[in-house]
Design a protein around this ligand. Structure first.
Ligand code: PLP
Length: 391
């Protein structure tokens, strides 16, 4: 464990969490351990199976360093890594759910999470109910005797509804269910899952933690009470991550604070600028006072990241395509959290079931990267000209 004293703040911990230079000849970073076989010195040691490392799949010093850092930053008991954010979510569902159980899932959930529920959990005999992300304490009315998990994602993918996690957690715990939160948007820096009642906090580390669009990774952090179930299931499922990917995440983590500060400032500035554009019907960003989720965001979060959405005034598909196709700095691609800006169209009306997506026109999701703000505005400005001239 790295040196830690009470009262140290987040950027200090980002620089030191998970590091033990004295174990690695003074080198600041842990080495990339490649390995499957780990040798035991004696037959007795082999039989006891108690040494720190026993087999590559079960962890290496590179993997442990990242796990320790994430657990500390999330404020949880311990962390395991998964090869993607989605696999971290899948492992967590499988840890708690059996045939005949019931799970409550936010209607604003990341689509591949929804697909896993509908395709795999349903096939395994788990009953799924999607709930309005804004339901808050009202979720108690949806609880059944067999409800085992409440899955939240706040703000929600694409549509950014801010969930009342403490209220949901209270209802869940009264019913003996566990609260699993996809905390990717806020990262461990801007939302403390465990302080707000979650039992498991998941990061698609692929996004801000890796931060450079060069690796896939997921993290599962759990409270002490549910940790044994997570640790056991993670091992039983055979999940492990490559040492280079764990290393890239550690490297990304060291600059997470400064990167997020800039993502946050640029995204808010751009959101405010977009609010005044005649082509834009509304901006969906929880840090804007006009946003419906602003009050809860302000109560529970300590910052906002670079991802938000806009709804355009009605415009034909070809006009939106002309806007997007000509963008120079905003790339079109899934994922987010890297240093580069991105923009994609989306339409939740095609897959929501508990709530209805109401939009004045086409919706776009923006990830504001680390570029200079004026250049991003100029790129969007030219895009709006193409939108208007093709309408
Ligand atoms: C990207 C994403 C995931 C999945 O992460 P992968 O590493 O792509 O599997 C999960 N949740 C949210 C909110 C995401 O944006």
């Amino acid at each position: 464990m790295s040196k830690r004293s009470p009262g140290q703040k987040q950027n200090t911990r980002l620089a030191h969490a998970g590091r033990e230079p004295e174990r690695f000849h003074g080198f600041v970073n842990p080495p990339i351990y490649r390995g499957s076989t780990v040798l035991f010195p004696t037959a007795a040691a082999l039989e006891a199976n108690e040494q720190e490392y026993t087999y590559g799949r079960l962890g290496t010093p590179t993997v442990r360093a990242l796990e320790e850092a994430i657990a500390e930053l999330e404020g949880g008991h311990a962390t395991r890594l998964a090869p993607s954010g989605l696999s971290a979510i899948v492992a967590t569902f499988l840890a708690f759910l059996s045939a005949g159980d019931h799970v409550l899932v936010t209607d604003a959930v990341y689509r591949p999470t929804r697909r896993f529920c509908d395709q795999v959990l349903a096939r395994l005999g788990v009953e799924i109910t999607y709930y309005d992300p804004l339901i808050g304490a009202g979720i108690k009315d949806l609880i059944k005797p067999n409800t085992k998990v409440m899955f939240a994602e706040s703000p929600g993918s694409q549509t950014f509804e801010v969930q009342d996690i403490p209220a949901i957690a209270k209802a869940a715990h009264e019913a003996g269910a566990v609260v699993v939160l996809d905390n990717t948007w806020a990262t461990p820096l801007f939302f403390k899952s465990f302080a707000h009642g979650a039992d498991v906090s998941i990061q698609a580390a692929t996004k801000y933690i890796v931060g450079h669009a060069d690796a896939m990774l997921g993290t599962i952090t759990a409270s002490k009470a549910v940790w044994p179930v997570i640790a056991r299931t993670h091992e039983e499922l055979g999940l492990c991550v490559g040492p280079e990917d764990a290393y890239l995440a550690l490297r990304g983590l060291r600059s997470l604070g400064v990167r997020l500060a800039r993502h946050q400032a640029s995204a808010i500035a751009l959101a405010e600028w977009l609010q005044n554009r005649p082509e834009v019907a509304r901006v969906i960003h929880p840090a804007l006072p006009s946003d419906p989720g602003h009050a809860i965001w302000k109560r529970d979060f300590t910052g906002s990241s670079g991802l938000f959405a806009i709804v355009l005034k009605p415009a034909p598909k070809k006009a939106v395509a002309a806007m997007l196709d000509g963008l120079d700095l905003f790339g079109m691609g899934y994922s987010w959290g890297g240093f580069e800006s991105l923009m994609i169209p989306f339409d939740p009306s095609t897959y929501r079931t508990a709530t209805e997506w109401q939009a004045e026109g086409p919706a776009l999701r923006l990830h504001v990267g680390l570029e200079d703000l004026d250049d991003l505005k100029a790129d969007l400005d030219a895009g709006f000209v193409r939108l208007t001239t093709n309408s």
